[in-house]
Design a protein around this ligand. Structure first.
Ligand code: COA
Length: 116
């Protein structure tokens, strides 16, 4: 999704998926993965949410919001993420707040956010 749909050739296989502490969360939708995210350790604790994504055919039904709320039951606080900046309002509705200046990564503006 990120590499093809968003035309962002970043290093998707960064090695963190296979770390023992990493948690992978998904919601099945019509028998396939409808939405996905991962949580990786940051500063020694499971607190960094990333790779938040919903299949195009399953968007706009609240799957990603449900998954982020679930992830927040698994993370240490503050939970952290780098939001694509057009989604800052969406993450704010889930309780996240911006904690730093916008930065551009792989051509896409991001804003660091945390959930206190
Ligand atoms: C962002 C994304 C995960 C949302 O998934 P979803 O399951 O549709 O999310 P929800 O149904 O819980 O919420 C939908 C809301 O997301 C917001 N949203 C989605 N894409 C957006 C965009 N490009 N810009 C701004 N808001 C957006 C809208 O507020 C939308 O509300 P609407 O249904 O009234 O239009 C999904 O659009 C996606 O996979 N996008 C591509 C990958 C991506 O950008 N991931 C985020 C990385 S930080």
């Amino acid at each position: 999704m990120f590499v093809v749909e968003q035309r962002c050739p970043y290093l998707d296989l960064d090695g963190r998926d296979l770390e023992p502490a990493t948690r992978h969360c998904w919601i099945l939708h019509a028998g396939v993965i409808g939405a996905y995210l991962r949580i990786v350790p940051d500063g020694g604790e499971l607190r960094r949410i990333g790779r938040v994504v919903t299949a195009p055919s399953a968007r706009g039904q609240g799957l990603a919001a449900r998954l982020v709320r679930h992830a927040l039951t698994l993370t240490a606080r503050p939970a952290l993420l780098d939001a694509q900046s057009n989604l800052v309002g969406w993450y704010a509705a889930l309780g996240f707040e911006p904690v730093g200046p916008e930065f551009v990564e792989d051509g896409i503006p991001h804003t660091p956010m945390r959930h206190p």
